[in-house]
Write a protein that binds this ligand. Structure first.
Ligand code: NAD
Ligand code: TDX
Length: 347
């Protein structure tokens, strides 16, 4: 079957394709990505040239381009990762988020509706726990928690989730939604907390902690997220939503202390010198206090459990960034953008 993966050149999409293309050779994966600042095709060199992998540069907010891809490949499964994904950017400029996350999702849903007969095809929508808003010091997000998004990013993701549900109920679309907690791991763009802190630690730059560093996030290693998505695609019930989370709830400042310890252990740097880089800065507007996922449904219905603990996943991640310093340097200097334009500018 042909599987259309949107946003496959971003962080989670790349990990999903690197995991799936070599293992699932009976399927062809079509990676549809606009190659925004967050994309990097160098993530995918290991699968480039494989007979069951194709790359197509396209903007999902362009309805004609989306329809042309459906006509060309006739996908039976769509795994939808493509989105503007960074909360801070959404505060500075919300429009791009509405375009990619809301209009882009709408165009994909319409293309599915136009090409799939009732009961056929599957649209898997990758979403976030941020749609539920902020928790106080106790409690968990379940699949029944009402939506209450805080940032333009989470509002746009909430809107896209609502569109998917509307297409399920009104048009009978076969679709599933997953809402996952914060991911970390290889190929994450160094604007997000963990890769930014690793990059700054390696360059001895200040570590900007928003507010008092007391906001809590629940962390999941990226390949555990990708395996959970496959579990839902293969065995989840159509029309349903599944929360995904690893239960690693930590205050941001504790994540940073843990990173400092691991970076010191892995590089021989002096821990106290790294600790001195911690710099408290102005808080993010509308900063959600705490996210925590109740993953009972996916665990009990589908038997999914994460493989990595936070300690093992974080150490793997630090080692990856140490071994791939050139990747980070190119991303941070913007050099990889030049490479993308030279190699894919015309596509
Ligand atoms: P990312 O920013 O690293 O990658 C997003 C990818 O989508 C990029 O390759 C980008 O070029 C592409 N893209 C953006 N707009 C596009 C458009 N209009 N047309 C085609 N491609 C476009 O994001 P990520 O962290 O990999 O997140 C992937 C998905 O998972 C998103 O939908 C996000 O909301 C969701 N999610 C992320 C996390 C997390 O912690 N990163 C957690 C839960 C859910
Ligand atoms: O420099 C920083 N300093 C800091 O204290 C950055 C970049 C972040 N933070 C804080 C803000 C958050 O409390 O760290 C926490 C994590 O921040 P981000 O990495 O920006 O992630 P978050 O806002 O929690 O959203 C992420 O998880 C859910 C992803 O970016 C989303 O795409 C996903 O949906």
């Amino acid at each position: 079957m042909n599987i259309l993966v949107t946003g496959g050149a971003g962080f989670i999409g790349s990990n999903f394709l690197l995991l799936s293309v070599p293992r699932r050779t009976d399927h062809t994966f079509i990676n549809v990505d606009a190659l925004t600042y967050a994309a990097n095709l160098k993530n995918l060199v290991a699968i480039e040239g494989r007979p069951n992998y194709v790359f197509e540069r396209a903007d999902i907010a362009d309805a004609d381009a989306v329809m042309a891809l459906f006509d060309k490949y006739g996908p039976e499964l769509v795994v939808h990762f493509a989105a503007e994904s960074h909360v801070d950017r959404s505060i500075k400029g919300p429009r791009a988020f509405l375009r990619a996350n809301v209009e882009g999702t709408y165009n994909l849903l319409e293309a599915c509706r136009a090409t799939w007969s009732p009961g056929h095809g599957l649209f898997h929508h990758v979403s976030t726990d941020e749609v539920f808003g902020s928790l106080g010091p106790t409690g968990y997000f379940t699949e029944q928690t009402p939506y209450d998004p805080s940032s333009p990013y989470s509002a746009s993701k909430a809107a896209s989730d609502h569109l998917v549900r509307a297409w399920i109920r009104t048009f009978g679309l076969r679709a599933k939604i997953t809402n996952c907690s914060n991911n970390y791991g290889p190929f994450q763009f160094p604007e997000k907390l963990i890769p930014l802190m690793i990059a700054n630690l390696l360059e001895r730059k200040p570590l900007p902690v928003y507010g008092k560093g007391e906001n809590v996030r629940s962390w999941l290693y990226v390949t555990d997220h990708c395996e959970a998505i496959w579990a839902v695609i293969e065995n989840g019930r159509p029309g349903e939503t599944y929360n995904i989370g690893g239960g690693n709830e930590l205050r941001n400042i504790d994540v940073i202390h843990q990173l400092i310890r691991i970076v010191a252990e892995e590089t021989g740097a002096e821990r106290a010198e790294l600790e001195r880089l911690i710099t408290y800065v102005t808080d993010r507007p509308g900063h959600d206090l705490r996210y925590a996922i109740d993953a009972t449904k996916i665990r009990t219905e589908l038997g999914w459990v994460p493989k990595e603990s936070f300690e093992t996943g974080l150490r793997k991640t630090v080692r990856w960034y140490l071994a791939n310093k050139a990747w980070s340097d190119e991303v941070r200097s913007g050099e990889y953008r030049t490479w993308i334009e030279q190699n894919y500018g015309a596509r």
